[in-house]
Ligand binder design. Structure first.
Ligand SMILES: *Cc1c(COP(=O)(O)O)cnc(C)c1O
Length: 350
């Protein structure tokens, strides 16, 4: 078949969720972050797959994404919206029972006026300067707001993938200052914070990338395999070039395989001529020339036989290893995965 195939192991996502859940104390809840279409893997399947009997709490970025998760899961599980309560979202938040994490005085006012009594949380800014209520404002409104019964006080760490970074402890201290004595459930950590240690866990953790087999959860299980079928193979003579711009020149006579898949599928053009490899089983095969929209050219001279397909993600190459070759992060590789793939979901059940 000439369609690139993306295989997504739902059992691996569930196993990663359980492993991350075990890293915190039994009374700490572990949610699942499924924003950006479940980190590119298909939120309708991903939200049903992980956390068997576990996470009944999910986080998305926007209310629209929450709608997709509600459709997949039905009533019951809590779906928290990180962007909070935006203008125009009131009906959706109400009808689909979403829980906005309110980020500003404006959002707090909007929510309490439009949907009094409807569940909400508050996101606090402890130093990332991206989203959330800042210290002075919080001190002014906390006494009143706490009366309204937020379900969660949360904040986000800017440098959690570097456990020794000073900003982690600084944000932890600020979070304590802002929330100690409130008696409300608290959450500070995504995948990175879970790995730093228990004092960052509070009542609820919010892993995302670790569920999907990405750094910094290095001991996690691989979740995705991406196989690109070989469309054609040709021999090029020494001195001939391959691909757009003639940017790669064969030094000796070479066998070049052209595979299906390109930058339109999220296989970034930055992977051109930077030492990226595809795999035939456990044999690496270098990408040569430029990645085009739908095609990648690969040097297979050293293979005894040209295979039907080559893997760009799988046992030998994680999303982070591929990201390293492109000068980016695994998160971006995952969330760039395109819509042309044949998607296969593997699920044996727990
Ligand atoms: C994306 C996000 C997460 C999940 O982060 P990972 O690093 O993928 O585990 C948790 N909390 C917030 C606020 C986020 O934006």
């Amino acid at each position: 078949m000439a369609t690139p195939t993306l295989t997504i192991d739902l059992d691996a996502i569930a196993a990663n969720w359980r492993s991350l859940d075990r890293l915190s104390a039994p009374d700490v809840q572990t949610a699942a972050v499924v924003k950006a279409d479940g980190y590119g893997l298909g939120v309708d399947r991903v939200a049903r797959g992980p956390c068997p009997g576990g996470a009944r709490r999910f986080f998305v970025a926007y209310a629209e994404e929450g709608a997709a998760v509600r459709q997949a899961l039905g009533p019951g599980p809590q779906i928290a919206v990180l962007s909070g309560h935006m203008a125009g979202d009131t009906e959706m938040i109400h009808d689909l029972d979403l829980t906005p994490m309110l980020n500003s005085l404006e959002q707090i006012t909007r929510h309490l006026e439009a949907l009094p009594g409807h569940a909400f949380g508050v996101q606090l800014d402890t130093g990332m300067n991206r989203l959330g209520v800042e210290m002075l404002e919080w001190q002014a409104i906390a006494p009143i707001l706490i009366e309204a019964g937020p379900e969660l006080l949360m904040s986000h760490l800017a440098c959690a993938d570097e456990p020794d970074h000073d900003q982690n402890l600084a944000q932890l201290e600020t979070f304590h200052q802002m929330t100690d004595g409130t008696g409300l459930p608290r959450s500070l950590s995504a995948t990175g914070g879970i790995l730093i240690g228990p004092k960052f866990h509070f009542d609820l953790t919010r892993p995302g990338v670790g569920l999907y087999g990405g750094r910094p959860f290095d001991t996690g299980t691989r979740v995705v395999t991406l196989s690109l079928p070989v469309i054609q193979t040709r021999e090029v003579a020494a001195g001939e070039t391959v691909g757009y711009g003639g940017s790669w020149t064969a030094e000796t006579v070479s066998q070049i395989a052209t595979v299906a898949g390109g930058y339109a599928d999220g296989l970034l053009r930055l992977l051109s001529n930077r030492g990226a490899v595809l795999w035939d089983g456990d044999i690496p095969c270098p990408v040569v020339g430029r990645v085009s929209m739908d095609l990648i050219t690969v040097d297979v001279t050293h293979l005894a036989e040209v295979p039907r397909s080559l893997d760009i993600l799988g046992a030998h190459q994680s999303v982070d290893e591929l990201a390293d070759a492109a000068g980016t992060i695994g998160y971006e590789i995952l969330t760039s995965l395109g819509h042309r793939y044949l998607r296969r979901y593997q699920e044996r059940g727990a």
